[in-house]
Design a protein around this ligand. Structure first.
Ligand code: FE2
Length: 385
């Protein structure tokens, strides 16, 4: 069976397609997501206060890190790292990244048992090396990392931490603060979406298939994802055990400029479009985040007039969903609730999705139209439609 076989339904019998034992890149999950930002101290305050992330670790001049300052935040299984370059360095890669892209995701780190083998298996299959296997040690043990390039300037770092007991990794110290806003119920990363250029979706889907052993879970063509004006195409790639899912979007021809093109213009190339995080109670999570100042995409009130005809019975109160602008979709296995923030940076690039799965394993195809019309209304206001 071809590993690029398109699983038309949302059958998660991936273990049958890729028995875990044959997976040459077994992934334990997402280890962390690192954002390169202009001011990590202030970004950390935002993600703690507005998103409910908790302090975990810090690295900077005080800990022997001279070329950057990093704050590590945690909420349940989600770890994010916010990094700013320090001026006393000749290595300007972080500066260059921010100058070109604005604040954005640089590293999608994947948790592995063997970072050396992960690097060998992926590079021998054609992935370009970003970091050779590198061991760092301190009094808490050792962490081995390696990395490969993916779309744009984004990279994957493989993290092996089975022999490490510290708060994050060497050169980081535990970070405590007197200001500790509570969590908002975010639990784990459900998927992370990359936007790539015209005609590149298949190139990068093949990259994940060839070099990392991922399978194509589902494909959305421009007929699935189009409005009167704009269109895009998407392929969802997943690793063998289904813990890591990367949808890859590319723009498609429409009457006006696709939101993917807008992203590519403002990010100056391919990059991470959104990070989808799961919650067990989307009503409470979104209520809390809204109260803390997070802005979500507006959904036309008319969406709720017909939504139950499409998705059938749901546990939640429709009035509450409407008030918050939460979307609903159903597949053969159940339903899901989802909502999207507005871009989190001044450039219309990166945003977050909050998702609650109640059986459904899909990605909200039934919401694409309503959602994209909402995004287009925002594009119109920016004059970039
Ligand atoms: Fe998503």
């Amino acid at each position: 069976m071809s590993k690029y076989k398109n699983t038309e339904n949302f059958n998660y019998g991936l273990d049958k397609i890729f028995p875990e034992a044959d997976d040459f890149l077994p992934l334990l999950g997402t280890d962390y997501v690192e954002f390169y930002v202009g001011n990590a101290k202030q970004a950390a305050h935002y993600y703690r206060t507005a998103f409910g992330f908790q302090t975990l670790a810090y690295a900077g001049l005080e800990t022997g890190m001279t070329d950057r300052t990093s704050y590590v935040l945690v909420q349940d299984k989600i770890r994010i790292v916010l990094t700013t370059p320090m001026p006393n360095t000749e290595d300007n890669a972080i500066f260059d990244h921010i100058k070109k892209h604005g604040d954005g995701v640089k590293v999608i780190a994947l948790w592995v048992d063997d970072a050396t083998k992960s690097w060998e298996e992926t590079t021998k299959r054609g992935a370009k090396s970003y970091m050779k296997p590198t061991k760092e040690t301190d009094e808490f043990g050792e962490v081995v990392r390696s990395g490969v390039h993916t779309y744009g300037d984004t990279v994957h770092v493989f993290v092996e931490r089975k022999n490490y007991k510290g708060p994050f990794m060497p050169k980081f110290e535990k970070w405590e603060s007197a200001h500790n806003p509570s969590e908002v119920g975010l639990r784990y990363i459900d998927h992370m979406v990359g936007n790539v250029g015209w005609g590149e979706m298949n190139v990068w889907a093949k990259f994940y298939g060839d070099t990392m052993g991922f399978a194509n879970l589902i494909t959305f063509d421009d007929k699935d994802i189009s409005t009167q004006y704009t269109a895009l195409m998407s392929k969802v790639m997943t690793n063998g055990n289904g813990r890591v899912k990367f949808p890859i979007n590319e723009p498609a021809e429409g009457k006006k400029k696709s939101q993917i093109e807008e992203y590519l213009d403002f990010y100056n190339g391919p990059g991470v479009q959104h990070v989808a995080v799961a919650t067990n109670n989307i009503l409470e999570t979104v209520k809390e985040m809204t109260a803390r100042g997070v802005e979500f995409l507006y959904v036309p009130g008319s969406y709720y007039d017909t939504v139950l005809d499409r998705v059938g019975e749901i546990d939640e109160d429709l009035t509450e969903l409407k008030e918050l602008g939460i979307l609903v979709d159903r597949d053969e296995e159940g339903y899901l609730l989802q909502i999207f923030t507005k871009p989190l940076t001044d450039r219309p690039t990166l945003f977050f999705e909050i998702i609650q799965r109640k059986g459904a394993q899909s990605f909200g195809k039934g919401n694409f139209k309503a959602l994209f019309e909402s995004i287009e209304a925002e594009q119109e206001r920016r004059g970039t439609l």
